[in-house]
Design a protein around this ligand. Structure first.
Ligand code: AKG
Length: 249
């Protein structure tokens, strides 16, 4: 079983590639993202608002934010057309597409081909860019929970990936707990993250520019507040009931 399979099976903590992007690639991607008018204060749905002492920037809304705002999958797919044209503007300007690099890396290293999730010939956005310098409380990301009737509802195993673009200063460590979200788990319906979460730690990592990290996002995970912007691009990867591999964010 290769390392990616082990991560999907939740048998290891994380896959870390230190210099997935070189310094120049990370810097030009960061500049191009920050140049977009769409890189703006995140529209945080009400149930996530307690997470943020201050508002931070985000490019594109995540699927779970859209679903929390009670926008349909069809509505989200329409929004994704705009997201895709912004992403094309960015990648044309910086001269490479980190999503294609990621897919190539996963294919070459783990012989696993990912396709962007979609419906009716329209596709989700495989990526968001975020500044997560705020404290992010323990939460799990799992398609059947975030989008039960959506294309991602058929996922059975799930990973998160992030490529970090800035040094976050003090703090900014990610903790992945040895505790998976389960259908039978009681979650606080009025809140996305959980305070006073007391579970064993599976792995912890600090982040730096150019670094790619994948972890099993069905495990609860949290981020410590940082003193500097902690900007990353990221998304989710799922293995479906039909044994296909899909990407979304
Ligand atoms: O930025 C990180 O290290 C993790 C972000 C996160 O919570 C996620 O990818 O679900």
């Amino acid at each position: 079983m290769n390392t990616l399979n082990l991560l999907f099976e939740n048998k290891i903590g994380a896959i870390i590639v230190d210099d997935f992007l070189n310094t120049q690639q990370a810097q030009s991607l960061l500049e191009d993202i920050a140049d977009q008018p769409e890189w703006c204060e995140a529209k945080v749905p009400e149930i996530h608002q307690h997470l943020t002492a201050k508002k931070t920037n985000q490019l594109f809304s995540s699927q779970y934010m859209i679903a929390a705002d009670e926008i349909s999958e069809e509505g989200y797919l329409e929004l994704c057309k705009e997201y895709q044209s912004v992403w094309l503007r960015i990648t044309n300007h910086c001269g490479f597409d980190p999503i294609l690099l990621l897919f190539e890396y996963l294919k070459n290293t783990y012989h696993t081909s990912f396709e962007v999730a979609g419906k009716n010939n329209l596709t989700y956005s495989p990526v968001v860019a975020r500044d997560l310098s705020i404290e992010v409380l323990p939460h799990a990301d799992f398609g059947p929970f975030d989008g039960k009737e959506w294309a991602i509802g058929e996922v059975k195993k799930q990973l998160a990936w992030n490529i970090y673009l800035t040094p976050p200063g003090e703090g900014g460590e990610t903790t992945v707990y040895d505790y998976v979200w389960d259908q039978s788990d009681m979650l606080d319906e009025s809140s996305y993250g959980i305070r006073n979460f007391n579970q064993p730690v599976k792995t912890k990592f600090s982040v730096k520019p150019g670094m790619l990290v994948l972890f099993n996002s069905r495990n609860f995970h949290s981020i410590q507040k940082s003193t500097l912007p902690r900007i990353a691009i990221g998304g989710l990867l799922g293995q479906t009931e039909k044994n296909t591999f899909i990407a979304w964010s």
